[in-house]
Design a protein around this ligand. Structure first.
Ligand SMILES: C[S@@+](CC[C@H](N)C(=O)[O-])C[C@H]1O[C@@H](n2cnc3c(N)ncnc32)[C@H](O)[C@@H]1O
Length: 282
């Protein structure tokens, strides 16, 4: 990482434990990760080699979703749990369809936030792009801070993005309540784009390998909470599901944008271990 990003991240970085944002960056081939993240990532890959492709498939879904929303005329985005910036960030994809689009990124990982700031200082426009360092579970605070950046107009539709994040939150009702709160804050005509890891469809063999991955994440301090199709679908309460509804990630509008990793799962979409969907607030 750059020196300025390192300084910006400051003392908030925990280098004793692997961090999901940095491990994910490593899966995607990025360089914003430390030895502790790479060691952990390598252990996960050894237990479940498909993980690297799954990460790329997740990014490709994000790109297809943002492209679709931009083509529907959505020009402002709130990306929750946005991660370490990598190829195909939301503001870049949105701008490629509608130049002049707006985006606020939110993450609670200091390194991800620092990197996003460096990237936007270099390539962004402060009137159209911002980063908020916060816990996305604090919906009212995050919304207030995102609006206070001046980037988002709260009276116009927003594309709310929660891709590859919700499985970091526990099995109680809180994550659903949080998403419902964001839904209530959004203007009519806004959208929720989300994906989620699942155990649905896993064979007995795979279930054992996944248990090992889950044990590793749990002991690193970031437990994974996989959800069924029904539990994932509940995040869209109060939204109208957009065609094709809740589907395996590779099945979500594969023609919307070129998605090379996704094509690897075309014959067996269940192997992606993830659901995806888009909902519109009426
Ligand atoms: C697997 S990465 C996904 C990144 C990005 N959404 C994508 O699809 O490429 C999950 C991200 O969620 C962030 N995250 C986890 N819990 C969070 C929380 N409570 N508030 C904000 N961000 C969070 C992590 O720091 C990480 O950057």
């Amino acid at each position: 990482m750059t020196e300025s990003a390192r300084e910006d991240a400051g003392a908030g970085i925990d280098l004793e434990r692997p961090n999901p944002a940095r491990v994910y960056d490593w899966f995607l081939g990025g360089s914003t990760n430390w030895a502790v993240d790479r060691e952990f990532g390598a252990q996960v890959l050894a237990a479940y080699p498909a993980v690297r492709t799954m990460a790329r498939v997740g990014r490709e879904f994000l790109a297809r979703g943002v492209t679709h929303l931009a083509r529907q005329g959505i020009t402002q985005f709130l990306d929750l749990g946005s991660g370490v910036p990598t190829a195909g960030n939301v503001h870049e994809i949105a701008d490629s369809v509608n130049p002049g689009s707006r985006c606020v990124y939110v993450d609670n990982e200091p390194v991800a936030v620092a990197h996003a700031r460096v990237l936007l200082e270099r390539e962004g426009d402060p009137a159209r792009h911002a980063v908020v360092h916060d816990d996305l579970l604090r919906a009212d605070e995050v919304w207030e801070r995102a609006v206070a950046t001046g980037v988002l107009d709260p009276h116009r539709p927003v594309g709310l993005i929660v891709v590859n994040v919700l499985y970091f939150f526990g099995d109680d009702d809180r994550p659903h309540e949080v998403l419902a709160r964001y839904r209530d804050l959004l203007a009519p005509g806004s959208y929720l784009l989300a994906s989620h890891l699942t155990d649905d469809g896993a064979s007995a063999d795979e279930a054992g390998d996944r248990d090992e991955v889950r044990d590793r994440y749990r002991s690193s301090g970031s437990a994974l909470h996989l959800r069924t199709r029904e539990e994932f679908t509940r995040f869209f309460d109060g939204f109208e599901l957009v065609d094709p509804g809740v589907v395996w990630v590779p099945e979500w509008r594969p023609g919307e944008r070129d998605s090379p990793a996704t094509a690897e799962f075309a014959a067996d979409p269940v192997a992606s271990s993830g659901f995806a969907a888009l909902g519109r607030k009426p």
